[in-house]
Design a binder for this molecule. Structure first.
Ligand code: TD4
Ligand code: CA
Ligand code: ZN
Length: 307
């Protein structure tokens, strides 16, 4: 059943578990997410970036989610706009049927971010839609980064408190040292868990971890064994994901892991038979790989059997 983001995340916030927010760009990714949720008995957040919406068409994206959420009526599903860049983009998503939107104005000065977020909150709440915002910048923490540099890129907990109180945003993504993609850390993985706990204490709302892909060893190996190159790639270690949940993260954004798992299977089929051109022979194993990874992630985050 299609529900608001708040409905899913308030429960996760109260019971201290994480819900995967999985990105999709096509039917295969989306149906893998639903099938995984069905097997694990887990709520899900399915999210589309502006790029994904452009690729699929907004009505197709919403239409597929609606059909699947009717088919799996017992699963609570939120449809979320990931990294909305403007008020207009958030409004278009609300108009089309999204039940949750992110306004990402975190690269603007604090006051501007607050103003833009408040505007989106007002619009979305009047339509029964939940809102996510971001504070700080997504960037890895390097060993030699100074305290003042850290304060420049990571979330400031006191600002977070004011931001949440004044904007009335439903959930917040605090930058604590993750980044998007397959190359998250130059040296040893490092996240600022103290900062996270401080933000949770001061805001007391659901929190979001962006750039949460783990790049599990077996997925990486599967990609490498097909001749793929992921030199220097590093994800968020599983223990860090668990630690984040303890620190108050409730929405765990995951895209890169799904992409790598899917494409490893496509590469495998292409390598094994260079006469193959039936799309289904490539995509069916890709979809299965995503499904397996998501079920494992649900177990790790604690959202399994929470329906
Ligand atoms: O917000 N996200 C997903 C970002 C998706 C970007 O999509 P486009 O390529 O269409 O712009 C995350 O935080 C996921 O982080 P991850 O660790 O999976 O890279
Ligand atoms: Ca941002
Ligand atoms: Zn993100």
């Amino acid at each position: 059943m299609l529900v608001t983001g708040n409905e899913i995340l308030q429960k996760a916030h109260k019971e201290y578990y994480g819900v995967g927010a999985f990105n999709f760009v096509n039917y295969e990714m989306l149906s893998a997410i639903f099938e995984a949720a069905n097997e694990a008995n887990s709520p899900i957040i399915v999210q589309a970036s502006e790029g994904a919406i452009k690729y699929m068409g907004i009505d197709m994206a919403v239409g597929m989610v609606k059909i699947l959420s009717q088919k799996y009526a017992h699963i609570p599903v939120a449809l979320h706009l990931d990294h909305g860049t403007t008020f207009e983009s958030c409004k278009a998503a609300v108009d089309a049927g999204f039940t949750s939107v992110m306004i990402d104005a975190s690269h603007h000065p604090f006051e501007e971010n607050l103003e833009e977020t408040s505007k989106v909150v007002e619009m979305a709440h009047s339509r029964g839609v939940s809102v996510e915002a971001e504070l700080g910048r997504l960037m890895g923490i390097e060993d030699n980064i100074s305290v003042s540099e850290k304060d420049a890129v990571l979330v400031n907990p006191k600002e977070a408190e004011q931001f949440v109180r004044e904007s009335k945003v439903d959930y917040l993504a605090p930058a604590i040292g993750t980044s998007h993609g397959a190359f998250k850390f130059k040296g040893e993985p490092k996240l600022d868990f103290e900062r996270l706990q401080e933000v949770k204490k001061l805001t007391n709302i659901p929190l979001v971890l962006h750039g949460a892909s783990a790049i599990p060893e077996y997925v990486k190996d599967s990609f490498l064994s097909t001749g793929g190159d992921l030199k220097g790639s590093k994800g968020v270690p599983f223990e860090f994901l668990k630690e984040s949940i303890k620190g108050g993260i409730n929405k765990v954004n995951t895209d890169t892991d799904l992409r790598i798992a899917f494409i490893a299977e496509v590469r495998k089929v292409a390598n094994a038979d260079n006469t193959q051109f039936d799309l289904r022979k490539f995509f069916a194993p890709g979809k299965e790989a995503i499904k397996k990874l998501i079920i494992e992630r649900m177990n790790l985050l604690g959202s399994s059997n929470k329906i």
